[in-house]
Structures are given as structure tokens and as C-alpha cells.
Design a protein around this ligand. Sequence first.
Ligand code: PMP
Length: 399
Amino acid sequence: ASWFGHVEPAAKDPILGVSEAFLADPSPDKVNVGVGAYRDDDGKPVVLQCVREAERRIAGSTNMEYLPMGGSVKMIEESLKLAYGEDSEFIKDKRIAAVQALSGTGACRLFADFQKRFLPDSQIYIPTPTWSNHHNIWRDAQVPQRTFAYYHPESRGLDFAGLMDDIKNAPEGSFFLLHACAHNPTGVDPSEEQWREISHQFKVKNHFPFFDMAYQGFASGDPERDAKAIRIFLEDGHQIGCAQSYAKNMGLYGQRAGCLSILCDDEIQAVAVKSQLQQIARPMYSNPPLHGALIVSTILGDPALKSLWLKEVKGMADRIIGMRQALKESLEKLGSPLSWEHITNQIGMFCYSGMTPEQVDRLTNEFHIYMTRNGRISMAGVTTGNVAYLANAIHEVTK
Ligand code: PMP
């Protein structure tokens, strides 16, 4: 008998499947606006100069020993400053339990497992829509999921009224997953004023906010500005959880460098929580990888390298913002009668175009343009060279 004869092939990942189809297409015109990885204006992957320089400094100067179970102390320290603020009282008071995580995905999963272990009856409220992997993560951690209103299809903006209603109607003390900035896949973020109202309502209902911050710096070009939502919640006295990723903002995708932090009542609680996070990590992967952590701590720990990084993050964000403008203008020049304002109103790596799955299928089949069927365009894949082609194709399938 076959041991594994009953194993059916898994469903294709909706995002990674797009890249596979793109690679298999021989057309010279093909465009990949599927995967959320930054590309330069020639469509090439980018390694930041600050990363190259950090690698030069690291090369030959370190051993290959294990990191501690919780990961690099230096990297965690720098990550917390980035998320909570350079002079955060919570850092000084040692109230934050934090461990290095396997990028943003690993940070979310660790939190979900922690939630299941210590609040076994809790649920997680997830925005509609969200990054599809959020559903997988909390599903595999066996935390029941609920959704809350987020996107408003007609305005291609925020469904603020629906969101506030869902926050009010959720049972007291619910867990909510919030995208700290550059919401994926919609590119729609609450305004500062709206964040203040959300934070206030969380206080009233005693909800727990878990921030997934996969794009700090990538939204506005300034990591401080992109941390605004978190800072508002901190000011209002919330305890928060936070998943940080260096995949996008440092271009460290494959290094799996990230951080999970949980703000606790006091230092004693933080020590306990951290020890339990490590306990969860131990049987899964023992300890996190070294190289990416060294790159991050080398860059953030050196004022000159950090300012080079800030310049480079801004460069990436600015190129994307420029391409939003170019795409919108190209569509208007073609005489599209539709409104494309949302292309420039939305922020971060993605444009939630409003195209239907059938229109996306036409883009792919007739124009060799690859993207997810929810109409999400990765703006990072748009270049000076392909923006006119892309606009023309979008115009053809939407007119
Ligand atoms: N959260 C969101 C919202 C994301 O878009 C991503 C990346 N696509 C991640 C988390 C995690 O990415 P990574 O594990 O590569 O850091």
C-alpha cells in the first residue's frame, strides 16, 4: 500500500501562482504586476546600497554560532525603536516582550500560536479583504476568524462607517488584526483622524489591536510617519502586538528578518511573555536565522548607514508614487471615462484597481499582464517602460 496515495495536490497559492504563470509565458511584452516585491525602473530586483555595505562589514567578521532562542538582541532593540519610537518609555521600562521572527509571516504566526495557547477561547477579527495568508495563518493556529468591514468598493476607499460599526458590535475584548500602514491588498489606509477614532473605540470596547506592519517606510517614504497609527494607539494607552518585517523596506525578502513584539503591563509580564514566545519557537525552528538580523542591526545601529537606508526607502516609495501618477495620467489621456483617482489616493505597494476577475483574465490572456484576480496591481512592477502598455491594456478591458 502507498503511504501517501491519499495526498491530493494543494490548491495553488493565489499570489505565488501568478509568478509561475508569468515565468512560463514566452511573450516579450509580458508584465508582472502580481507579486509584491519591489523592482527598479528596469523591472529588476533591487539590493539596497545600505544592505551591500552592511554585508561588506559583516563579511569575515562574525562566526556562525546560533543566535539566542529569541534572536538577535541588537536587532530586536533597533526594531522596537523603529516601531515604538526612538525614545519610547515602553522600551525604557522594558515593558515590551519581543523576539526575532521569520519575517512578517513568522511574526504573525508566532502571535497566532501564542494567542491560541494563552487565550484559547479568543477569536481574531480580520479586515475584508486582507492579505490572503492572514487567513491561512490564523486557521493553522486554530484561532477562529471573524471579519470586519474595511474596503468600500464603490468609492474604492475605506468603509469607515462599516468598520466602526463592526468594532462596536464585536464582543468586548476581541482581538483585531490591523494593517499598520499600506493596507494589502487595497492600498487604503485610515486617515490620522480616523485612526484616532478607531483607537478611541477600541478603548471603549477593550479590544486588543494586533498590528501587522509589513511596509513601514514603504507607504509614505518615511518610517516615522508610517508608524503613526501605532503611535496613536500607544498614546491612548493600549497594549498592542506588532509584527514587523524587513522584507519590503530593506529589500530583505529571502532573509526572513522580522520581529514580533507584545506590549505588556510591566517588565515582569514582559519577561514571562517573551519566555513563552521562545517556548513556542523552540520546537518549530529552535532559533531564527543570523544573516538578515546582522544586516538589519548593522544598518539601524550605524547613523550613517541608517540615513542611507532612509534615503533609499524614500527612493523606493517615491518611484511607486510616481508610477501611480503616470498610470492614472496615461488612462486619462486614453480618454477613459472611468475615474482613476483611487490609483493616486491609495498608498503603498498596491493599487486595488476595481477590475473584475474577468477583466483581469483578459489582461492576462490578451495582453500577457499577470496579476491576482482580485484586481490588485503591484505598483512595484510598473515602470517607465511598461506603464503606457499597461494603461492601454487596462483601458481596453474596462471600456
Ligand atoms: N503582512 C502583509 C500585509 C504582507 O503584505 C506581507 C508580505 N506580502 C507580510 C505580512 C509578510 O511578508 P514577509 O513574511 O515576507 O515579511
